[in-house]
Design a protein around this ligand. Sequence first.
Ligand code: ADP
Length: 515
Amino acid sequence: ALFSHDAQRVFDDIDRHFQLSPETLTELTKTFLDEFRLGLGNYGHAMAMIPTFVTGVPDGTETGTFLALDLGGTNLRVCEVVLNGDKTFSLRQQKYKVSETLKTGEATTLFDYLADSVDAFLTENTPSDPTPHHRLGDPRLPPQPVHLGLTFSFPVEQTALGAGKILTWTKGFSAKNAIGHDVVKLLQDAFDRKHMHVKCVALVNDTVGAMLSRAYTAGGCILGAIFGTGTNGAYLEQVANLTKLGNSPAAERGGYMVVNTEWGAFNNSRSHLPSTPFDNTLDRRSINPKFQAFEKFVSGMYLGEITRNILMALIDSAPKSLLFNGKFTAQLNEQWGFDTSVMSDVELAWEGEKGEEPGPEDKIPPFTEFDEEKLSASVKPRLERIKHVIVRKMGYEENDVTLKDAAIVTWACSLVARRAALLSGVAVAAVLVQTGRAALPGSERHANGTSEEEKIGVGVDGSLIEHYPNFERTMRESLRLLVGEDIEKRVEIGMAKDGSGVGAALCALMATKQM
Ligand code: ADP
């Protein structure tokens, strides 16, 4: 809790600790690059830099029908993907819940559930009208193995397109007897136990899926990045730089390979990220203290909780509470009780509809001089809307919330989200520098032969980048600081729609060509 003898100082102190100077951002990017290089050289480092055995990117002409299974986010998804070969695809999907019991129980129970879900999908979704690409699982066709790509968004030590050992769980998963096992085998065994005609041929990370699907639909993509429950990125690296492949056949083949960075683990062992007490509280109470340090600053699973920690400290402050007159709700008092999507709602309420975006004059007055009567005609309705969000989403009564409270909540949300977006820019900038497309302030670019006019394709996925107001804009602000406006303008950030499904299908196709 905080001592509030000087309220303005309490707010200023919190604010200051969330700011990132251009120098700090540059230093963080350099450290990111150091960790990239360590991970490319050896196994066992914080940043895993996992070789994916994906040696090229699609160009949109690929065809085929595949099943895809996606585990690693909030839902489990099963889909059937038809690649049409003209940069388009069609997809049918079904989502299934993954309960806490499944996430933290026995691995075989979890994988049996995955197999059951695929079975249910094939049974429930038998189409009445098979397309020329004959639909999967159609009982009128003789049973033949259906090829499936598994999107598994956890760190895996991959040894081939269709094999890889689970290194660790993240994002709230902790199923027993999984670490160290081949995830493809765990799944295939579950299919076989149920005598299903499904063969898992490819293992893909969601970042790789985002990159491949963006390349398929947009033509060209150098980075796939996720800003959702977690954060991570995969990019196309020269095999010559992936020295930990040693003398393996993959190393001898040379060329390029997609590397899954696992950048969520940046800073695990050191302390470059400027942690606040609110971050430390979150970390201490998480199921993986000190791990996934970068992810805890950046991703959807955590931003709400950091903000909740700020709000609770202000509620608790003494001798005078600085928020909601000291009143808390059961919801806000619970760990994880404040979802990142509520931050989004708060900021959307501030932004307003198209045509009423806040201008530079629409500033919230300093909290200690706050006077509801003196609010401008533009600021007042924004704060009224935010008050409604607080009542609707945080369990407060109308009378509990003042416009000043609404202003403080807005400030806390944008403080936490802005820091996350600036740090997301650090990760993207690190990839641009690593691949010779950009240089940091004061350094020379390692030319990589790409033209100066070339668009730099980045495929992204995740609710945070898709829905959080101004997340991409702030990320670009950080990119401009780090790599300059000329490069930033060439970066084309596009959603990798259905990236995990389409990416898994593209990978399954690559795998069947190798079989
Ligand atoms: P996943 O990464 O699990 O596949 P999402 O990309 O939907 O799925 O990310 C879910 C995360 O995004 C959750 O942590 C949730 O709090 C957050 N989230 C959901 N909706 C929004 C929103 N509108 N704005 C910001 N964050 C959101």
